[in-house]
Design a binder for this molecule. Structure first.
Ligand code: FES
Length: 106
């Protein structure tokens, strides 16, 4: 089973913000929206662009390259030119910190 990876202190991730952490070679973005924490892979399924840095509208993250929208709750691609979902990951809060793990190969 994959190990939990430290993202940052809870206090260091503001509402509407994100932190990116490398987990076993993958870049995972942890976001805080409306008091809930979500983690997605920070790679657009359209053409491999970095998703963080794109505009966040509620629970939709807009790829800054060509404008595809993704649901950060489910990873679903909501609009073209992306059609495949991004992977999502578990998040826990423990000891004042935020943790995530890449559980795709557990
Ligand atoms: S790389 Fe994200 S929409 Fe094209």
């Amino acid at each position: 089973m994959s190990e939990w990876t430290l993202v940052c202190a809870i206090a260091d991730l503001p509402e509407g913000g994100w932190k990116v952490v490398e987990v076993d070679g993958a870049m995972l973005a942890v976001l805080l929206v409306a008091g809930e924490y979500y983690a997605i892979e920070d790679i657009c399924t359209h053409d491999g662009g970095q998703l963080t840095g794109g505009e966040l509208q509620g629970c939709e993250l807009i790829c800054p390259r060509h404008g595809a929208r993704f649901c950060i709750k489910t990873g679903a691609a909501l609009t073209p030119p992306a059609y495949e979902a991004v992977d999502t990951f578990p998040v826990i809060l423990k000891d004042g910190n935020i943790w995530t793990r890449d559980d795709r190969w557990d």
